[in-house]
Design a protein around this ligand. Structure first.
Ligand code: GRF
Length: 356
């Protein structure tokens, strides 16, 4: 039997929608057994009904205290054989009866890179603090607010003109992406075929992240020896593009690699990190920014072990001179990062540092 999810909401329910969509598409092998809202007017209740999911309004007014309310919610979930509870914009603290009934089996999504900015208005807290990178976190719920073990995170840049609305919208895109992935991970579905499909999904995500029209005669430099599946995807997506790959495996000392970037609209660097030191990776981004055309950019698909390397890539891309820097996709162990619009740099970059 498929694992059964119970989703608790209080409002709009866009994360509920993302989970329901992932269930429907088969990306998430689970069933949503019930959606419960503490607010009768929550738009998410209607979304659930539209998707053919049982939707309940359990009103706190019908219970003497929080304990009584949480007991009733736990009972409703148990009666429907729910295996995993997903809080999705649920604006209530989870009390002991619910925590005990589903110990370690309640997830929450929070619009910050926890442990930073717990609690309400996380996006405003991030803007007020002046951080340059924000994001979303899926974590296991425990007795402390927004403090349980982290399951998955995604990072987004904070842009100079951001408002709470614009930053929230950018984070929300990532919330919708990672919540189904995090649920799959917790359900033990992140092994085997899922892991094997990451490269495929990553290639799709990388191609999707390129902001050129399919008819554009762009110059793409794909940093690898010979064509592979990603090169072919690029050729299909941009049939008028010139796409350069190389005869030999990447050699940091070979001028051919660096020269090929002159005038490129896009440098695609899949899995560069294993071959390069951190200093060389930073050099690569800078060399690409200095050599690329006015509309140029870099798109990277890479294995990442944790959030830290992702943040490093984003910072290095920014330092290289790319202004539109983003994490477009992130799943267990891999990410697509992009940087576009390099500063108008004249002249050439210095030669690469010696040695590997
Ligand atoms: C999301 O930003 C979520 O991170 C936070 O509340 C919001 C809910 O949005 N906990 P929605 O109801 O899923 O659209």
């Amino acid at each position: 039997m498929k694992p059964r999810l119970g989703v608790l909401i209080s409002g709009r329910g866009s994360n509920l929608q993302a989970i329901a969509d992932a269930v429907r598409s088969g990306a998430l092998d689970a069933t949503i057994g019930v959606v419960i809202s503490n607010r009768g007017e929550a738009a998410g209740l209607q979304r659930a009904r539209d998707a053919g999911i049982e939707a309940l309004h359990v009103s706190p007014r019908d219970y003497a205290d929080r304990e009584g309310y949480d007991r009733a919610v736990a009972e409703a979930l148990r009666a429907r054989q729910i295996d995993l509870v997903c809080l999705a914009g649920y604006m209530r603290l989870v009390g002991t009866p619910l925590l005990e009934a589903f110990a370690g089996r309640i997830l929450n999504i929070h619009p910050s890179l926890l442990p930073a900015f717990r609690g309400l208005d996380a996006q405003k807290q991030a803007l007020d603090a002046g951080v340059t990178i924000a994001g979303a976190t899926v974590h296991v719920v425990n007795a402390d607010l927004d403090a349980g073990p982290i399951v998955m995170q995604a990072a987004v840049p904070v842009l100079p003109d951001d408002t709470v609305e614009s930053l929230s919208a950018r984070i929300l895109v990532q919330e919708h992406r990672i919540y189904p992935l995090a649920i799959a991970k917790v359900l033990g579905q992140s092994t085997g075929e899922r892991a094997a499909s990451i490269a495929g999904n990553g290639e799709d995500a990388l191609v999707d992240a390129i902001p050129f029209a399919s008819g554009d005669a762009v110059k793409i430099v794909h940093l690898r020896a010979g064509d592979d599946a990603l090169t072919r995807r690029l050729r299909e997506a941009f049939p008028r593009a010139t796409i350069k790959t190389f005869a030999d495996p990447f050699d940091v000392a070979s001028l051919a690699w660096w020269d090929a970037m002159f005038g490129a609209d896009l440098v695609v660097a899949p899995f560069v990190r294993p071959k390069l030191t951190e200093a060389k990776t930073q050099y690569l981004y800078k060399a690409a920014a200095d050599r690329a055309s006015a509309r140029g950019g870099v798109a990277i698909l890479d294995r990442v072990d944790a959030l830290k390397p992702v943040l490093h890539h984003l910072m290095w891309l920014k330092h290289a001179g790319f202004t539109d820097v983003d994490v477009r996709w992130m799943a267990d162990g891999a990410a697509v990062l992009t940087g576009f619009t390099p500063r108008a740099a004249a002249g050439s970059a210095p030669p690469p540092p010696a040695g590997n």
